[in-house]
Design a protein around this ligand. Structure first.
Ligand code: MLT
Length: 309
């Protein structure tokens, strides 16, 4: 008879449902990307993955909670360029450190940034937008998803280039911010493409430009910032999956494999591409590549961003 060997935790993982914390409201880019990828991962892992939207403080409230969660593979978080990089210089008392408190799992998507406005905002194109917001900097407002969110940091960059300081209107995510933009309650927003494609295509908002070197196939008629006359404004964010520090390497490997499988699935890819995301290539999908991205992004944003007052 063979000796009985008890299966390790990693061999049996997961034996119950997993919670994926999304640090912003439902319907925004982080939520949408998480739902697309985790729906496929749940099939691979044979367990449900329940999205929990935990909002506040530009995503840092939820990220602090994820950092303190049990490191057993059952609580994960989708973080992004804001929660896992820009928050470091912006929040001197940040209750977590993106590198020290998390195990990177996998990069899920790159997300180009667009300059968007309510449908009846007067400027017709980006050149007019620049002239208009400079002339009316005290009257216009920019919606965002809280200090340190991608939408906040991206418009901070835009405002620094234009040398203006318009009023910011914070929301719990750019899902609700987009609803306010569609309703004409706020003037403009610098948002990740995922949120914008359906609204631009429905004609409910205006898109002045996409802040990347090339146009995006999902929005072929939206010019790049270079084409539209503002080449200095270049911005692309990213969304990625993390587990609390100390999660076992076997669990991280199992989650990474499930995420990679999702990113290779034709239906998942089609959905992400329809929404304008950039799907990471094979060498960018490893936990090590994500660790390097986080390190580099913190180094990039730290000298650029000042603590929020
Ligand atoms: C952001 O601006 O950081 C995001 O758009 C947040 C979100 O997913 O709503």
């Amino acid at each position: 008879l063979c000796a009985f060997v008890a299966p390790s935790q990693a061999q049996t993982y997961p034996t119950r449902g997993i919670t994926m914390i999304v640090p912003f409201a439902a319907g925004g880019p982080t939520d949408v990307i998480s739902r697309i990828v985790t729906a496929h991962m749940a099939q691979t892992l044979g367990q449900s993955i329940v999205i929990e939207n935990v909002v506040g403080a530009g995503g840092t409230t939820a990220t602090a909670r994820a950092a303190r969660a049990a490191n057993d593979g059952y609580t994960l978080i989708t973080g992004h360029m804001g929660t896992h990089a820009a928050s470091v210089p912006l929040y001197p008392k940040l209750a977590y450190h993106p590198e020290k408190d998390f195990e990177p799992i996998a990069l899920l998507a790159g997300t180009p940034i667009l300059i968007l406005a309510r449908k009846d905002f007067p400027p017709k194109d980006l050149k007019e937008f620049v002239t208009y917001v400079k002339a009316n900097a005290e009257k216009v407002n920019a919606a965002h998803a809280g200090v340190g969110s991608v939408s906040h940091v991206s418009c901070e960059l835009l405002h620094a280039i234009l040398d203006i300081k318009p009023v910011g209107v914070p929301f719990n995510g750019t899902g609700p911010a987009m609803n306010a933009l569609v309703a004409g309650q706020v003037d403009y927003m610098c948002d990740q493409i995922v949120n914008a494609v359906p609204q631009i295509n429905a004609g409910t908002i205006k898109a002045y430009a996409i802040a990347t070197a090339e146009r995006n196939p999902s929005l072929p008629n939206v010019p790049t910032t270079t084409e539209a006359g503002l080449p200095a404004f270049q911005a692309q964010a990213w969304n990625a999956m993390f587990a609390p520090k100390g999660t076992s390497p076997a669990i991280v490997a199992s989650l990474n494999a499930a995420a990679v499988k999702a990113l290779e699935d034709e239906t998942v890819r089609k959905r992400l591409l329809e929404l304008g995301s950039v799907i990471p290539g094979p060498k960018d999908r490893t936990p090590e590549a994500l660790a390097t991205l986080v390190k580099n992004e913190i180094a990039k944003w730290t000298p650029v961003l000042k603590p929020a007052s």
